[in-house]
Structures are given as C-alpha cells and as structure tokens.
Design a protein around this ligand. Structure first.
Ligand code: M6R
Length: 363
C-alpha cells in the first residue's frame, strides 16, 4: 500500500524519520550506546587493529561513511570492500577478525559468499540487515537489525538512512570499548536522538527540491563531488540518479577533479556538489569555483549556516545546520528526492527500474 504516495520510493523516503526512530529505539541508554547483540564481540572490537566491512551498492556507501566516521573518532582501521571483490581476494585475515556484512535484504549473493569465506577462516561475522530470518542473519554469528520495515522500491532509501544510523551507533560503541570516548561522542549521542525531528525538517523542503530537480531533468550527464563524509554521499547521489532516471551520473572525491574528470565538465555536464559548511568547506569551495570556470551548472547541497555558497551556485539545496558527522543522514533524503523527481518527470517508474531486481541473489 502506497498510502496515497505515487510510488513506494516516495513513501519510503517520507518514512525515514520514523524508521530512524525505530533504529534508535532502546539503543541509547544513559547517553551511551546499548547493543546487547554484540556483547560476545566486545573483546575483539576493543582490541582489533582492523575491522573489515563488506557490502554492495548503496549498502557499500553506508559502509564507506562508517569508515570515515569511525576512523575519525578512534584508532581502528576500517577496511571496506565491495563483496564481489572481497570474495575473490586472498583472505588475509584470521579468527581475530570481525567482518561486518551490511545488506538490507540479507540475500545478496556476493555478500553471502564473503561471509562464508570469512567464516571458513574463523572470522566472526556481524550482520547489519533489515530482514529478520534472512540468509545473512542465519549464517552470521551476530546481527543488528535496522528495524526499517519492508522496503519495496528497488531503490534503497530508508534502508540506507537506517544503515548509516545503526553503523554510527556501532561506531560509537567501538569507540567506548576502546576507551576513546570523549565530549564529541556525547554530543553525537545527543544529535542522534534529535535526528528524526531534523530529518522531518529536511523533508519539509521537498517542494523546493522538486523545483530544482525539474530544471535538470534534460541533462544527459551529472558529476557528483564531495570530500570527507561528503564523498560517500556523492557516490550514493550518483547511484540513485543513474539507477532510476537513467541519466549518466558519476562521482568523485572533489580533490580528484584535476586528475582527469574535470576534462569532462562544461555547460552540458552539470555538477552536484555535497558541500556542508564543515571543516572541508573551504576546499570544496575552491573545487566548485574550478567547476564554474568550466561554465558548468552547479547544484550545491549545503547546510543553512553556509552563507557564501549562493555566490557560486546556480541552485542551492540546504539542510539544517547540524553535527558535521551526521550530514550524510540529513542529506540522504535530498539526493534521493532529487533523483526521484527527475525519474518521475521523465516518465520512469522509480520503484522498478529497468534491468534491476530488489535483491541480487545471483552473481
Ligand atoms: O540488499 P543489499 O543491501 O545487499 O543490496 C545491495 C545493493 O544491491 C543495493 O543497495 C542496490 O545498490 C540498490 N538498488 C541501490 O538503490
């Protein structure tokens, strides 16, 4: 039931605030993260130098955000690989390794094979999934559930947002276990609890996002750029756009532009910059100016406290000013709605993109 929404994708995007509330429910107690499901992994999580993470598609971009988040707060090295590569590489890990497998459906073939490989070497597997009783859940040692409710649309939306939130909770738990907790972590807990309300505020801007999206529906190409946590968001923005609108979209860390991709830019190749007013904003601004010098159209997704972006952008999309590390969550509905409105305007069904299935159960 689409509950009055034109597509499941749109309904699922608008469910994000309540899904995040469900993901958080019972998992924060006395300003600390409470995850009894991983109690048995505590010693390993406290001592391992490296944490391995496997996933595919959108789930792999949530995993990449987790890497940026956790490496910034602790000394653990987070090694993220797409499952289709991990499963065929030399397994250079042992029984002291924790492998986190992230899969909304819990049925993605490459992720399941990665888990089987890891288990055959004695590694401990922690699943992050949305589906109770999925193969991933059954074959893993431990599971953290997203609690996002069924996701019908092929395009992952609410599962991505809840993966981010759950991985951040896991990250904070790891920071605590490693005795690296500080004031920033306490502030992050407070911000996580406010996420449902701030996500609502992002969604209240849907009409403006639609207006901007419709201006760009006839372009054949798009380049998404970002730095730091903005980079996985750029990757996800590009994936969402190509997957449902069939517009060619690519994503780069903004600092890579000069190493090749900038050659593509011009009036026919717009740029979508993820540029919240964070520690890397000045660097992003330079990159955006370089893009404008190639006469590209520039859409900037920023935060409300960024005052000078309007001087360079053709169009500005914005979210509430918030904890820097949580911008990937707040910005997710914006990149999703941007892609959705373009796909819908072009007459495509975003719930059932051509050539794609909800779960990739074969290689
Ligand atoms: O169920 P999973 O999270 O394992 O799925 C992984 C990808 O197939 C999935 O995220 C895919 O990229 C989505 N269709 C993107 O919207």
């Amino acid at each position: 039931q689409k509950s009055g929404y034109k597509h499941y994708m749109l309904k699922e995007i608008f469910e994000e605030p309540s899904c995040v509330a469900a993901t958080l429910s019972g998992r924060i107690k006395s300003a600390k993260v409470h995850l009894p499901e991983i109690e048995e992994l505590q010693d390993l999580l406290a001592s391992s130098k490296t944490l391995k993470v496997v996933a595919c598609g959108t789930s792999s971009y949530a995993a990449l955000s987790f890497k940026y988040f956790l490496e910034n707060l602790s000394d653990v090295c987070v090694d993220v690989e797409v499952s289709s590569e991990f499963r065929y590489k030399r397994p250079n890990f042992d029984e002291n390794t924790v492998l986190v497998a992230v899969s909304q459906s819990g049925e993605t073939a490459d992720t399941l094979e990665s888990v089987r490989l890891a288990k055959s070497k004695g590694a401990k597997v922690l699943a992050i999934t949305n589906v109770v009783g999925s193969t991933l859940m059954r074959e893993s040692d431990h599971t953290l559930l997203l609690n996002a409710g069924p996701e019908i649309s092929v395009a992952a939306t609410k599962s991505y947002v809840t993966q981010l939130v759950l991985l951040y909770l896991l990250g904070l738990k790891i920071v605590e276990l490693r005795d690296q907790w500080n004031e920033r972590c306490t502030k992050l807990i407070d911000s996580l609890l406010r996420l449902p309300e701030v996500l609502d505020a992002t969604l209240s801007r849907a009409e403006h996002i639609k207006e901007v999206a419709l201006k760009y529906k006839d372009f054949q190409h798009f380049m998404y750029i970002g730095r730091g946590l903005g980079y996985p968001t750029a990757l996800e923005g590009a994936l969402k756009l190509k997957e449902i609108s069939y517009i060619h979209a690519t994503a780069y860390p903004a600092g890579e532009l000069k190493h090749g991709p900038i050659a593509l830019l011009g009036p026919e190749f717009p740029v979508f910059a993820i540029a919240p007013f964070d520690a890397l904003y000045a660097k992003m601004k330079n990159n955006m100016i370089e893009c404008k010098a190639r006469k590209t159209k520039l859409v900037v997704l920023t935060s409300d406290d960024c005052e000078d972006v309007r001087e360079i952008a053709d169009d500005v999309l914005s979210v509430n000013s918030f904890s820097e590390q949580l911008y990937p969550v707040l910005m997710a509905p914006v990149i999703q709605l941007f892609a959705y409105y373009i796909a819908d305007a072009l007459g495509h069904d975003p719930d059932k993109p051509k050539n794609l299935a909800k779960s990739v159960t074969v290689e």
